[in-house]
Design a protein around this ligand. Structure first.
Ligand code: SAH
Ligand code: SF4
Ligand code: F3S
Length: 436
């Protein structure tokens, strides 16, 4: 029996892709190991979204090669977005045997067969229709409670800073029947939560004959699988999130009231330059709509500091938007120029690294303050929590997420992982609700 070890970087879609890869490898007789040194095949499923994501991987390639010295015959593969973007450069290092892009995982068995010491193998073809719909992922989550399901691949937007459309190809939606089947399957195996994944879930659209399923309809289909199967999704795009989706969330108690709605910037001038296809007012209107329909809805975002030509004024507008909306949580990044993107070709990366960092730090400080405010506002409330398991900090306590995605910690008192429980919030930090 051969063993495969895969490290996963980047987004949740990559986590699910790794599970698809394990399923493909299983047919070739590979079992999963979490110990690199004992593996016959070592891979990194990579991300290209920022330069530092790629820098990390060059370091990992060295580490894999060190492990190979103690385990001759070990195969080393780089798969995912960085494989797609830096194919030849990766092969030129002569330190990898395998380079496979996100749409080519079905070729893995053939490529593995063909590898010889002087013959590394590569497949980085992008596809118009690959969705791996028929492949049942080998779940890699730790507790058997929460599963990721990819509902689409690729992206048709052309946000000027973003490399994803180049590494993942054109957008395509997966057959809804296969999605519902997968949700039923994980539910029968004891899972209590599914997260539907796509770069822009609101543009999900499946058409076949007279049948047409949009994202709101897909949400209803998955929510109907079982009343005690929670449904989450990511990522929503502000230009596309529809009233129908918001109202569907409100109607179904098992669709979690949390929306990850990346804003990127609070300046309409920057948003235009980023080609996000909405402006500040549009974004604030969508937030107002969400909160009017679901006042308790959790709201998180992504922010980029120091995009091309960003002025102090633009930066202040980002801060004021964050102040106004009050996100529960945010992923915050300094702009990182990606070769080949529209911004790299057309706009100078002209905000200095020091200035980017100063702005990023202000954004982070503001968000920390806002997170604490948002978490504090929960004190006294009763929340329904899906118990995930022991708390990391204090194993005598349990942890689990509320519908709004906030992490709760509470006394075990005989509660079991994978069950629902109602807790009362008594205290908090800026990232955890302390409950009884
Ligand atoms: N599809 C999602 C986001 C995918 S990438 C969306 O449209 O919102 C995840 C996040 O990485 C983005 O929201 C953005 O905030 C950040 N990001 C993408 N490209 C970046 C770049 N070149 N520099 C810095 N951050 C970037
Ligand atoms: Fe990138 Fe924009 Fe597509 Fe998101 S929507 S993946 S930011 S191009
Ligand atoms: Fe990274 Fe590719 Fe995801 S670039 S964020 S792993 S789609």
């Amino acid at each position: 029996m051969k063993k495969a070890y895969i490290e996963t970087y980047g987004c949740q879609m990559n986590v699910n892709d790794t599970e698809v890869i394990f399923a493909i490898l299983a047919k070739e007789g590979y079992v999963r190991t979490e110990v690199m040194e004992e593996a016959d095949l070592v891979m990194a499923n990579t991300c290209s979204v920022r330069d530092n994501a790629e820098q990390r991987i060059w370091g990992r390639i060295e580490v894999f090669n060190q492990a190979r010295r103690k385990h001759p015959g070990m195969l080393i593969g780089i798969v995912g977005c960085m494989a797609e973007r830096l194919k030849d450069q990766l092969l030129e290092t002569k330190k990898v045997d395998l380079v496979v892009g996100p749409d080519a995982y079905r070729s893995l068995p053939r490529l593995l067969q063909a590898i010889t010491p002087d013959n590394p193998q590569i497949d980085v073809l992008l596809s118009r229709d690959e969705t791996y719909a028929d492949i049942t992922p080998v779940r890699t989550d730790r507790n058997g409670i929460s599963a990721f399901i990819s509902i689409m691949r690729g992206c048709n937007n052309v946000c000027s800073y973003c490399v994803v459309p180049y590494t993942r190809g054109a957008e395509r939606s997966r057959d809804p029947h296969s999605i519902v089947r997968e949700a039923c399957d994980v539910y029968q195996r004891g899972y209590k939560e599914v997260t539907l994944l796509g770069q822009n879930v609101d543009s999900y659209l499946w058409k076949s004959g007279t049948e047409s399923v949009n994202f709101a309809a897909l949400l209803r289909l998955v929510a109907a699988v079982a009343p005690d199967l929670r449904v989450r999704f990511a990522t929503s795009h502000p230009k596309d999130i529809s009233d129908e989706v918001i109202e569907t969330m409100a109607e179904w108690p098992n669709i979690c009231r949390h929306i990850h709605l990346p804003v990127q910037s609070g300046s309409s001038r920057m948003l235009e330059k980023m080609r996000r296809k909405y402006d500040r007012e549009w974004y604030l209107e969508r937030v107002a709509k969400i909160r009017s329909v679901m006042p308790d809805c959790g709201l998180t975002t992504d922010v980029i500091a120091g995009f091309c030509s960003e002025t102090e004024q633009d930066h202040q507008e980002t801060l004021s938007l964050m102040e106004e909306v009050g996100f529960d949580w945010a992923f915050m990044f300094a702009y990182s120029e990606r070769p080949g993107t529209l911004a790299a070709r057309q706009y100078p990366d002209d905000v200095s690294p020091e200035e980017k960092n100063r702005r990023l730090n202000e954004i982070i400080a503001l968000q920390n303050r806002k997170s604490l405010e948002r978490y504090r506002a929960q004190i006294g409330k009763e929340l329904e929590v899906l118990v995930e398991g022991p708390s990391k900090r204090d194993p005598s306590q349990l942890c689990g997420r509320a519908g709004n995605n906030m992490m709760c910690v509470f006394p075990a008192q005989g509660r079991q992982a994978g069950t629902y429980t109602t807790v009362t919030v008594v205290d908090c930090t800026s990232a955890t609700l302390i409950c009884k």
